[in-house]
Write a protein that binds this ligand. Structure first.
Ligand code: F6R
Length: 238
């Protein structure tokens, strides 16, 4: 694990964008694993700026997202499909047919992992981290998951996601997520953690035992995992 600590969230996110950009510049037909969430918004904004400056070409890139809610239609503004369109896909020259998110209407987990394999595997997987240490929507559990699968969201995750919904009853309880096995198969993993509310989870992920009770801790076993954190998220590590 390689840990880089930046003075603020903006700088940490720009560093993540730079790593993705470097991959795309080195190989235009790269396969990018993408994440959603508030943490990633400045990452995508930085990629869009680089694209507009003429530094990036997404026309041959393929993308696979980590997760999608079950029970939220793809065209709903609350879906992760909509998030990706808003923050990245509509603003760069990626071909929509080369973008892939799990299908919240169908438990097509096996087909999703097969599509990733058929694309040659993920070159760089972008990750955030939940306050409970989840990656994708792999919640704390008794065992690590393997492939893409339907999940029940932890209460803490439902509470964290509530900020996007009018009423707590509207927050989805289920999602489809790439599994720990799917994530670990990526050739490189880039995890971005910003803000004080991620400090405990990041401490466990980097220094704690490798345990499915804190799913991000499995990244200690990944051969090429880079963690980009701001000072607040890294405050228990320094
Ligand atoms: C989203 C995802 C989640 C988020 C995590 C952090 O695709 O995979 O693991 O990365 O819940 O979310 P934010 O960035 O909103 O704090």
């Amino acid at each position: 694990m390689e840990l880089h600590i930046y003075p603020d969230a903006q700088t940490a996110c720009e560093a993540a964008a730079t790593l993705l950009a470097a991959q795309l510049i080195a190989r235009g037909d790269s396969v990018l694993g993408l994440a959603t969430g508030s943490t990633q918004e400045p990452v995508y904004a930085a990629l869009v700026r680089m694209y507009r400056a003429g530094l990036l070409d997404f026309s041959r890139a393929r993308t696979f997202n980590l997760d999608e809610y079950i029970g939220i239609a793809e065209d709903s503004p609350l879906s992760y499909h909509a998030y990706m369109r808003e923050h990245l896909f509509s603003k760069v020259n990626v071909r929509m047919e080369n973008t892939c998110l799990p299908d919240g209407a169908n438990d097509g987990g096996v087909a999703y992992d097969e599509a990733i394999r058929a694309a040659g595997g993920i070159d760089v997987q972008l990750l955030g981290i939940g306050r409970n240490g989840h990656i994708g929507f792999n919640e704390p559990a008794d065992a690590f998951t393997c492939g893409t699968h339907a999940v029940t969201l932890a209460e803490d995750t439902v509470a964290a996601n509530a900020r996007f919904f009018a009423r707590i009853e509207d927050v989805p309880r289920r999602a489809i997520s790439m599994g720990i096995g799917s994530i670990m198969a990526a050739r490189r993993v880039v995890l971005v953690a910003t803000g004080e509310n991620k400090a405990q989870a990041l401490l466990g992920a980097v220094r704690g035992p490798v345990t499915p009770c804190l799913p991000a801790s499995v990244l200690q076993l990944h051969p090429d995992c880079v963690i980009l954190a701001d000072r607040e998220a890294a405050k228990l590590l320094v």
